[in-house]
Design a protein around this ligand. Structure first.
Ligand code: TXA
Ligand code: MG
Length: 339
C-alpha cells in the first residue's frame, strides 16, 4: 500500500515541479487525486489498463460503471472518440473548459476497463490549470472519477479525499475547496435529442440555449445508458429527510417528531429557520443556491461523521443549479424519505 502524500498546489499558477511530479507518477502507473472546478478527481493514465483497474479498486467502484476521460482541450478528443457530431462541437465550444461531460462514440483505443466495455466514451475538459497542465505534460488523457469511496459524497476538499482514500493512492494535490462543489453535467450526444444523464455544473437552461431541447434520463431504459446513475450514491449512514424551500411547517414538524423519538439530528438549511438547541447540529448555507451547492457534500460528510441518526435537508427550487442539488439530495435520501 502506498503512503498517501498531500502536496499543496496553486490553483492560479501551479508550480512546474508539482506538475512534473504528478505526471511522473501517472506515467509510472500510479494514482493522483487532483482538484477540478467541480469536485476532486482520481487520475490515472487512461491508456494504462492496470492503473485504471487500481482506480476502480481504490474507490471500491463496480466494474460496470465507466469513467470520464479528462482532456486538456477539444483538440485531444480524437485520442478517444470517433467522429464528433456538430451539436457536440457546439456544446464543447460553448462550455469547455467547464463542468460539462459529453458522451460520444468511442474510437476503440481505450482499455475496455475505462468505458466498462461500452462503445461510447465520456469526455470532459475541466476548467482548472492543475489537470490541464498535468494532461499536457503527460501528453494524453487521464481518467477522473470523483475521488471518493464509492457510495460516499464526492470530495470538495483534499481532506475529504484523504479521509476516503488514505493508503490507497500515491498523491493528493491540494488546491483548496472546489469552486462549484457538485459534479459536471453529463450529456449523451450520441442520441437525438440529447439526453442529460446527470444534472450538474452546467444548467439545463444554459445547455438548451446552445443546443436546443434535451431530454432528462428519467425512465429506466435511459438510466441504463448511464450505469453510474443506477448505483447507490451519496448515501450517508443517517436517515435523510427532505423538506422543501418554503416548508417551514414541515421542517418544524419533522424536528419535533425526531426529538420526541429521542433521535440525534443534523439539519442543512438555506432559507428555513432552525432554533439552535442542544443535541441539534445545524449547517446553514446563507446566500445563493450556488453557495449551497458548494457546501452540500461537505455538510453531508460533517453530519454523517458526527454520527447523527437523521439529517433533515432543505431542497431548493428545481431550476438552474437547483436541479443538480435536488438530484444529489434525492440520491442521498433514497431508502430514506424520497421527494
Ligand atoms: O465533475 C465531474 O464530472 C467529476 C470531476 C472529477 O471531473 N468526475 C466525476 O466522475 O463525477 P464520476 O466517475 O464520479 O462520474 C461519472 C459519471 C458516472 O455516472 C458514469 O456512469 C457516467 O459519468 N459515465 C461515464 N462514462 C459513461 C458512458 N460512456 N456512458 C454513459 N455514462 C457514462
Ligand atoms: Mg462519482
Amino acid at each position: 500500500m502506498p503512503e498517501t502524500r498531500i502536496l499543496p498546489v496553486s490553483s492560479d499558477h501551479p508550480s512546474a515541479n508539482v506538475i512534473d511530479e504528478a505526471a511522473a507518477i501517472l506515467n509510472a502507473g500510479g494514482i493522483v487525486a487532483f482538484p477540478t472546478e467541480t469536485v476532486y478527481g482520481l487520475a490515472a493514465d487512461a491508456f494504462n489498463e492496470n492503473a485504471v483497474r487500481r482506480v476502480f479498486a481504490a474507490k471500491g467502484r463496480p466494474g460496470d460503471n465507466p469513467l470520464i476521460v479528462h482532456l486538456a482541450g477539444v483538440e485531444q478528443v480524437s485520442q478517444v472518440a470517433a467522429k464528433v457530431p456538430s451539436l457536440a462541437e457546439r456544446l464543447a465550444a460553448a462550455f469547455w473548459p467547464g463542468p460539462l461531460t459529453l458522451v460520444l462514440h468511442g474510437n476503440g483505443m481505450l482499455p475496455a476497463a475505462v468505458t466498462a466495455g461500452l462503445d461510447t466514451v465520456a469526455v470532459r475538459v475541466p476548467d482548472h490549470p492543475v489537470p490541464r497542465d498535468i494532461i499536457i505534460k503527460l501528453g494524453r488523457g487521464i481518467v477522473g472519477p470523483s475521488a471518493n469511496l464509492s457510495g460516499r459524497p464526492s470530495p470538495t476538499t483534499a481532506g475529504h479525499v484523504f479521509a476516503d482514500l488514505q493508503g490507497q493512492i500515491d498523491l493528493i494535490l491540494d488546491a483548496g475547496p472546489t469552486h462549484i462543489g457538485l459534479e459536471s453535467t453529463v450529456v449523451d450526444v450520441t442520441v437525438r435529442p440529447p439526453v442529460i444523464l446527470r444534472p450538474g455544473g452546467v444548467t439545463r437552461e444554459e445547455l438548451e440555449k446552445t443546443a436546443g431541447p434535451m431530454r432528462i434520463a428519467e425512465d429506466l431504459a435511459l438510466l441504463r445508458r448511464s450505469p453510474g446513475t443506477r448505483h447507490r450514491h451519496y448515501a450517508p449512514r443517517a436517515e435523510v429527510i427532505v423538506v422543501q424551500e418554503g416548508g417551514q411547517n414541515a421542517l418544524d414538524q419533522n424536528l419535533s417528531d425526531l426529538r420526541a423519538g429521542g433521535r440525534s439530528i443534523g439539519v442543512i438549511v438555506r432559507t428555513l429557520n432552525v432554533e439552535s438547541t442542544s443535541g441539534l447540529r445545524v449547517v446553514r448555507a446563507k446566500g445563493s443556491v450556488e453557495s449551497y451547492a458548494r457546501l452540500l457534500f461537505g455538510a453531508l460528510r460533517e453530519l454523517d461523521g458526527a454520527g447523527v441518526d437523521a439529517i433533515v435537508i432543505e431542497a431548493p427550487e428545481e431550476r438552474g443549479i437547483g436541479e443538480a442539488i435536488v438530484d444529489r439530495i434525492r440520491r442521498a435520501a433514497r431508502g430514506g424519505n424520497p421527494i
